[in-house]
Design a protein around this ligand. Structure first.
Ligand SMILES: N=c1c2ncn([C@@H]3O[C@H](COP(=O)(O)OP(=O)(O)OP(=O)(O)O)[C@@H](O)[C@H]3O)c2ncn1[C@@H]1O[C@H](COP(=O)(O)O)[C@@H](O)[C@H]1O
Length: 112
């Protein structure tokens, strides 16, 4: 496993440890606090961080693009852990799509 994949796996392990059923403590952990507030709280953060990334990109500010993308990935991973989806599943899906042109994929859809 590459270093990039392992940080995602390690972060997912940490996020899972913050789930209420795993004893995550909202007083000691930002992630446990988000989980204690329920899905609306972290799903709202996903939307906010996506908007902040768009604004950074519109300004062509590479430093902010990196920071906002990290925030977006992080909050997306908070959601994935809550719903029992592992980052490896997303990486596998991207791998499955590797080499398949988006144009060809769209043209092959039954409704196209
Ligand atoms: N990668 C992150 C990470 N990225 C961002 N954040 C936090 O996400 C929060 C939201 O960012 P914002 O800039 O929107 O801050 P804000 O406006 O104060 O947020 P809100 O009060 O509106 O929610 C901030 O408190 C950031 O510190 C993170 N918090 C935690 N992690 C990872 O998650 C692990 C577990 O964290 P805890 O559960 O807090 O121990 C950590 O060890 C890290 O690896």
């Amino acid at each position: 496993m590459s270093g990039t994949e392992s940080i995602l796996a390690r972060l997912a392990d940490t996020l899972e440890s913050r789930l209420p059923q795993r004893g995550g403590d909202p007083a000691a952990s930002y992630v446990a606090k988000l989980y204690a507030r329920g899905p609306d709280a972290f799903l709202k953060k996903v939307g906010e961080e996506a908007t902040e990334l768009v604004m950074a990109a519109k300004d062509a500010d590479r430093e902010r693009i990196v920071a906002e993308t990290a925030d977006l990935w992080f909050h997306s991973m908070v959601a994935l852990a809550y719903y029992g989806v592992r980052p490896e599943q997303i990486l596998n899906e991207l791998e499955r799509r590797e080499g398949v042109s988006g144009l060809a994929e769209k043209a092959a859809r039954p409704d196209s």
